[in-house]
Ligand binder design. Structure first.
Ligand SMILES: Cc1cc2nc3c(=O)[nH]c(=O)nc-3n(C[C@H](O)[C@H](O)[C@H](O)COP(=O)(O)OP(=O)(O)OC[C@H]3O[C@@H](n4cnc5c(N)ncnc54)[C@H](O)[C@@H]3O)c2cc1C
Length: 398
């Protein structure tokens, strides 16, 4: 019997269980990414006595996505961690399946594998769906970034490519990777003594504007020193290979290659009301309005910034709300996003942070040393230190 059967049996036991154990809230967490795992670890800390947690995820490994940007430059692959270990360490159970749809009135969900599972609280952290916006560009897909961009990096190294546009579509996906790819490509060309122009075309008013003025000005200086050009407040169309049309101004940029971010769409889960582009609307406490005890966190949620650190904070907010609902001695806390990010530059990384309000960063700063610990790329209260522990354990075994 494989893992799926074991997990399915565990889930059936989980669904049936409850009559004699009423005081424990049955929580189902759908997702196996940053938000879901942060939420499960937070629940273990806040309400392990008051909750039984089942994680519903199709992936057997958790891939640390942010480091995928280094893969085309022949660095090590992004780290992977077994989900079953993380879930087990958090005192939860794992069902290898997917959330298909929800019956909020009956407090039950259905999985793609045909299970019906009752819940006392449901947390949806299934991420967003990236879709390429431009047919004639290489669109970032972190599941196979090496395959998509390795050829481009090789062509830069060998002097076949002298100009690359890095394009952000009108709706920004994740803020960091396009800057990191532009900086690392420029650094590689410089190291190989190859003349090359990298240009970032973005609707942002300034580089990484979401991190606020102070950080953005420093990022602009880093880009300038690296020879990366910026075209800001720009809406791009890629009408054919090598040609970017820029609005306003009817400008045309001709380049050897074009790399683009995808656009993100929400998961549009049947039974759960969706906002714009299928993202799930939540209140300041991570609750989905008008559907009973359903919560959501991470890229699946309708929020202007899609970022692992923000996803973790949303997960912590939802976990506190669920813990309070379960009767644990904790208070709900409203979401007050702080943006933190490690920017890979091709040289030493920089650490950016800002509070965000109304889609803008303030008290923003850039430092050469991390302002958080561990110095991870995704800043999270529980997942970062937990993964750091797994890394230390693995290093000791080597
Ligand atoms: C190349 C790249 C670089 C980035 N760099 C940074 C960075 O430096 N710092 C930073 O903070 N953020 C960064 N981000 C953003 C960050 O990775 C995302 O914001 C974060 O992964 C969102 O987490 P999530 O758990 O909401 O979604 P995801 O990471 O997308 O995880 C969703 C999970 O849900 C599972 N799932 C999908 N559908 C279902 C279903 N129906 N039922 C159950 N499970 C399901 C998936 O298998 C997956 O495990 C980067 C992203 C990319 C792509």
């Amino acid at each position: 019997m494989g893992e799926i059967d074991r997990s399915a049996a565990a889930a059936q036991g989980f669904a049936a269980h409850g009559a004699g154990d009423r005081e424990r809230l049955r929580v189902v967490v759908a997702g196996g990414g940053i938000a879901a795992l942060e939420l499960v670890l937070a629940l273990d800390d806040l309400a392990s006595e008051q909750t039984d947690v089942l994680v519903l995820a199709p992936n057997s490994e958790f891939v640390y996505r942010p480091y995928a940007v280094r893969e085309p430059f022949s660095y090590a692959s992004a780290a992977c961690y077994p989900i079953d270990r993380i879930v087990r360490d958090a005192g939860a159970e794992l069902l290898s399946d997917e959330l298909a749809w929800v019956e909020p009135d009956r407090r039950a969900l259905h999985t793609a594998g045909g299970e019906r599972i009752a819940y006392g609280a449901l947390a949806i952290a299934v991420g967003a769906h990236p879709r390429p916006r431009y047919k004639h560009a290489l669109t970032i897909d972190d599941r196979r970034l090496d395959e998509i961009l390795h050829g481009l990096v090789q062509d830069v190294e060998e002097g076949f490519v002298h100009s690359v546009a890095f394009v952000v579509p009108p709706r920004m996906a994740w803020p960091m990777p396009i800057y990191e790819l532009a900086l690392m490509t420029a650094a590689r060309a410089y190291d190989m003594n190859v003349p090359m122009t990298a240009t970032i075309v973005t609707p942002e008013e300034a580089p990484l504007a979401i991190f606020g003025e102070g950080a953005s000005e420093e990022v602009a200086r880093i880009l300038e020193r690296a020879g990366v050009r910026m075209i800001t407040s720009a809406y791009a169309e890629v009408i054919r290979a090598g040609e970017v049309m820029i609005d306003p101004g009817d400008r045309r940029l001709e380049v050897d290659r074009i790399v683009a971010l995808p656009e993100l769409y929400g998961p549009a889960v049947r039974g759960v009301p969706a906002g714009d582009h299928g993202f799930i609307r939540v209140d300041r406490y991570g609750r989905v309005p008008d559907v009973g005890p359903i919560f959501a966190a991470g890229d699946a949620v309708e929020f202007a910034v899609k970022h692992g650190g923000v996803s973790s904070q949303q997960a912590d907010v939802a976990a506190r709300s669920i813990a309070a609902l379960a009767g644990a001695p904790v208070e709900m806390v409203a979401f007050q996003p702080i943006l933190r990010g490690m920017l890979l530059t091709g040289e030493r990384p920089r650490y950016l942070s800002a509070r965000i309000t109304g889609g803008h960063g303030f008290s923003s700063e850039v430092t050469d040393v991390p302002m958080w610990s561990p110095a991870s790329k995704v800043v999270s209260r529980y997942l970062g230190p937990y993964l750091d522990g797994l890394d230390t354990e693995a290093a000791r075994r080597r």
